[in-house]
Design a protein around this ligand. Sequence first.
Ligand code: NAG
Ligand code: NAG
Ligand code: NAG
Ligand code: NAG
Ligand code: NAG
Ligand code: NAG
Ligand code: NAG
Ligand code: NAG
Ligand code: NAG
Ligand code: NAG
Ligand code: NAG
Ligand code: NAG
Length: 471
Amino acid sequence: MSIPFLLLFLFLSFSPSQTTTPPKGFLIDCGALSGTEFQGRLWLPDSDFVSTGIPKNVTTPSVLLPTLQNVRSFSRMLNSKNCYKVPVYRGAKYMVRSTYFYGGVNGPNDPFPPVFDQIIDGTLWSVVNTTSDYANDSLYNTTDFTRFGLTLVARNTFGYSGPSIRYPDDQFDRIWEPFGKNISNFTKPITGNVSVSGFWNLPPLKLFETHLGSDQLESLELRWPTPSLPTSKYYTALYFADNAGLSRIFNISVNGITYYRNLNAIPSGVVVFANQWPLSGPTTITLTPSTTSSLGPLINAAEIFEVLSLGGRTSTRDVIALEKVKDSFRNPPLDWNGDPCVPRQYSWRGITCSDGPRIRVVTLNLTSMQISGSLSPFVDNMTALTNIWLRNNSLSGHIPHLNSLRKLKTLHLEDNQFSGEIPSSLGNISSLNEVFLQNNNLTGQIPANLIGKPKLKLRTHGNKLLSPSAP
Ligand SMILES: *[C@@H]1O[C@H](CO)[C@@H](O)[C@H](O)[C@H]1NC(C)=O
Ligand SMILES: *[C@@H]1O[C@H](CO)[C@@H](O)[C@H](O)[C@H]1NC(C)=O
Ligand SMILES: *[C@@H]1O[C@H](CO)[C@@H](O)[C@H](O)[C@H]1NC(C)=O
Ligand SMILES: *[C@@H]1O[C@H](CO)[C@@H](O)[C@H](O)[C@H]1NC(C)=O
Ligand SMILES: *[C@@H]1O[C@H](CO)[C@@H](O)[C@H](O)[C@H]1NC(C)=O
Ligand SMILES: *[C@@H]1O[C@H](CO)[C@@H](O)[C@H](O)[C@H]1NC(C)=O
Ligand SMILES: *[C@@H]1O[C@H](CO)[C@@H](O)[C@H](O)[C@H]1NC(C)=O
Ligand SMILES: *[C@@H]1O[C@H](CO)[C@@H](O)[C@H](O)[C@H]1NC(C)=O
Ligand SMILES: *[C@@H]1O[C@H](CO)[C@@H](O)[C@H](O)[C@H]1NC(C)=O
Ligand SMILES: *[C@@H]1O[C@H](CO)[C@@H](O)[C@H](O)[C@H]1NC(C)=O
Ligand SMILES: *[C@@H]1O[C@H](CO)[C@@H](O)[C@H](O)[C@H]1NC(C)=O
Ligand SMILES: *[C@@H]1O[C@H](CO)[C@@H](O)[C@H](O)[C@H]1NC(C)=O
């Protein structure tokens, strides 16, 4: 049984530029063996971004997009991650969109489309059920990006009935779906042109060519977004622009609560944001013209995102060191992919981590896991480690110096093939109370500073150590 997924993967830097060059970022065609040009843009094969899974062609060809003809299929291993690694700039904002199309890739004996979790760094982003074919997610702007992310619920253009507006109209390839084709009494294509400017997030100008609205002084009530919302906090952005030359001033309320007063829809455009708006169930947006307005209200476009608390990520120092430790093992545990600690239910096998905002690795325990290779000296950079248990494996090479592990309490390296001398730095770790090195291939003398410590349990038998005789 395998989990086939990840058809397309889009990773865009959200740094607005006024030019019409394609957005910076990566378009990844998962499972593709070579690059493809599609709609004028280059989709890269995914082999440089992922190291697990195998490419397959779908058996139910997709009529939708050529990039959906192939998938990367991953084996099913509970609570373990398969990761795409994409280079990013520190502090930059990104939009991530992934598209999943099952396409019957597991064959007729396994007709059930898989269901799995989608994780970005340490944050459990969403459950993907490939029965519904697609899941689109998106990051955007919010107050504090170190603590929150945004996941797209709806992005609509109003009073417009053509195909979705996206790249090249939208330089970031956000997809604006037409909404409310049926509210024809309110739909009005704009006459002439509006000259929107100054939006930090650069909505496509095409959004402002149509609107939903009325010239009569009547309220406009929209049941938007269409899906009933789970109880959470939401980020909304509503877009307005008008060129009628008469005043169009209105109040905006969401579920009866005033959200913005006396909004003046001007030709250069206005966007109204709400950052952490609590919503639940069906949502109604009401636009009420003010008594001083000459015309009724209108709306051009709107977006709504659920605000997610980010799950954090393991301390970079520990991540770099653990990657080196992984590289030094010949057969590291198969689930050692992605962030080592978070989401908590997906932490790496043998790794225990601290709670709290600064996530550190506190235990490395690979007891009896048939690991061979050596132990990287980088383990000394994992300064929060309190326990290292590698007992009963096939590790060889030298025991690295552990100068920086000030909190280490137990070191269990027994029943391996470590060779060379016992590093004298072990004697400087005052917190140590167990050092088990028996049944290795160690030589030389036991460092003097390890001997005669009343609190320390030291075992070194079964090595080739010189006297003083092993305790
Ligand atoms: C998928 O099909 C294409 C075209 O027929 C072929 O070139 C490619 O090798 C196939 N990919 C895999 C993973 O079988
Ligand atoms: C996935 O979606 C299908 C169809 O909507 C549904 O029947 C199934 O229960 C879902 N699976 C899970 C695990 O949510
Ligand atoms: C995801 O995007 C596809 C293609 O653009 C669209 O058809 C689908 O409705 C979207 N799904 C969601 C959940 O937004
Ligand atoms: C979003 O980010 C831009 C650029 O950093 C900033 O100018 C703008 O005020 C932000 N908007 C909100 C609503 O946070
Ligand atoms: C809404 O539009 C759809 C398709 O355009 C049509 O089938 C349906 O009857 C319309 N509903 C109403 C209430 O007008
Ligand atoms: C649209 O206008 C028609 C006739 O002018 C009216 O019968 C209908 O109720 C209106 N629909 C809405 C949604 O206001
Ligand atoms: C918008 O109007 C201005 C002035 O009327 C005109 O110069 C410009 O070309 C128009 N732009 C579009 C896209 O029609
Ligand atoms: C709009 O809001 C203002 C300020 O709360 C209020 O005084 C006014 O009555 C409102 N207008 C309408 C039409 O609800
Ligand atoms: C390490 O793992 C072994 C075997 O699972 C277990 O017996 C031992 O208590 C663990 N040690 C620590 C410090 O967690
Ligand atoms: C050592 O590891 C092997 C392989 O995992 C296991 O079969 C064996 O029982 C372990 N021995 C001890 C003493 O734990
Ligand atoms: C530990 O981290 C430092 C930087 O924090 C780095 O220079 C060093 O090479 C790392 N590795 C070891 C084995 O100390
Ligand atoms: C132990 O070390 C000796 C030489 O020091 C070497 O010949 C032997 O192969 C080593 N044994 C193991 C199991 O690593």
